[in-house]
Design a protein around this ligand. Structure first.
Ligand code: NAD
Length: 308
């Protein structure tokens, strides 16, 4: 495993991070023991960053991650979130995030997290997040309940805008720097370089599209993106390579992201993704894939409040 500094936090994180949304059955049912074994096997493989949220499986992922990390907690960097609690349930108030964070700690079986992030800020009132939510998280930091504070979301420009106005330690952006997209570099990457904020790049598989699973109903990508992803998967299979390895390869070379967060649900996926660290697709395969993706490259979808 390789490690990088998470901005200026002093934390050293594995370049491959474990995204625990899978433990909330977000992409389909994951057996309790399979999920737990995947977590513990990740630790054995040197993965030390685990990211979860009360939203994933509506508290189930936190519950299961907490159980799986029993006895391993102090060797890992544990990140959770606050503010998003359901598909349409948000509460970014100081009172809400503070009170509900206590429940997260209980589920995670710990008395502190390494990183507490405001989840999906584009769904909130940006002014409230700046003047109320983030200061509440800083108070939790002062109390020793969160070592660092961050924000997460879909739009790189919204994340950059907020971080310029109210300092954060980390930013998590998803589905914006992978095989299907590369538009972090307009606003977010330069800001991360100049500010020293830690950057987490999430969803290398474009939230499952690039591994050929049955696409969950909630997946917001437009149909042409889903069709192009299915072609990518077919081309990789025809070439005899794992689409997940090709997708990860596109992320691992990101110039400033400390870690790529990938959702995993089995020991086999953990092994396959760790092996992808040393995988290099052929130039011919990359050329064919780029041609396939070109018509939909950088396609986004509506996410969050229109004014954001
Ligand atoms: P992803 O792109 O990582 O895809 C996950 C899917 O790919 C799962 O179905 C998983 O089982 C499958 N997969 C992974 N490796 C595989 C392999 N080798 N072979 C076959 N299938 C494989 O999407 P994601 O889970 O949404 O993103 C990763 C993590 O990033 C999340 O779990 C979460 O922690 C974080 N994230 C955060 C936000 C946010 O804060 N707003 C948004 C998206 C993701």
């Amino acid at each position: 495993m390789r490690y990088r500094d998470l901005g200026t936090t002093g934390l050293s994180v594995s370049v491959l991070g474990f995204g625990a949304s899978t433990l909330g059955n977000v992409f389909g049912k994951v057996g309790a023991s399979s999920g737990e074994r995947a977590v513990r096997h990740s630790v054995d493989c040197g993965i030390n960053l685990f990211d979860v949220s009360p939203y994933y499986g509506i508290t189930q992922a936190e519950q299961r991650l907490g159980g799986a990390l029993e006895g391993l907690r102090h060797g890992v960097v544990l990140a959770t979130k606050c503010g998003r609690y359901g598909l349409k349930e948000f509460d970014f108030s100081a009172r809400g995030v503070t009170d509900r964070f206590e429940d997260s700690l209980r589920r995670l079986r710990t008395d502190y997290v390494d990183l507490l992030q405001v989840h999906d800020i584009e769904f909130g009132d940006i002014q409230q997040i700046i003047s109320e939510t983030l200061p509440a998280l800083r108070r939790l930091q002062e109390q020793g309940k969160a070592r660092f504070v961050g924000i997460t979301g879909y739009w790189p420009n919204v994340l950059t805008h907020v971080a310029r106005l109210e300092p954060v330690d980390t930013i998590l952006n998803y589905c914006h720097a992978n095989l299907m997209m590369n538009d972090m570099d307009r606003a977010l990457t330069p800001f991360v370089r100049e500010s020293g904020v830690g950057l987490l790049n999430a969803s290398p598989m474009h939230m499952g599209l690039l591994v050929g699973i049955d696409i969950p109903e909630w997946h917001p990508a437009p149909k042409n993106v889903k069709l192009a992803a299915a072609k990518v998967v077919a081309i990789c299979h025809y070439a005899g390579v794992a689409p997940s390895a090709v997708a990860l390869n596109a992320c691992l070379s990101h110039p400033v992201a400390a870690s790529t967060l990938v959702g995993m649900s089995s020991e086999a996926q953990v092994d396959e993704n760790c092996a992808a660290l040393d995988f290099q697709p052929s130039e011919e395969l990359i050329r064919v894939l780029n041609e396939t993706i070109a018509p939909i490259f950088n396609t986004t979808w509506p996410q969050g409040r229109p004014e954001n």
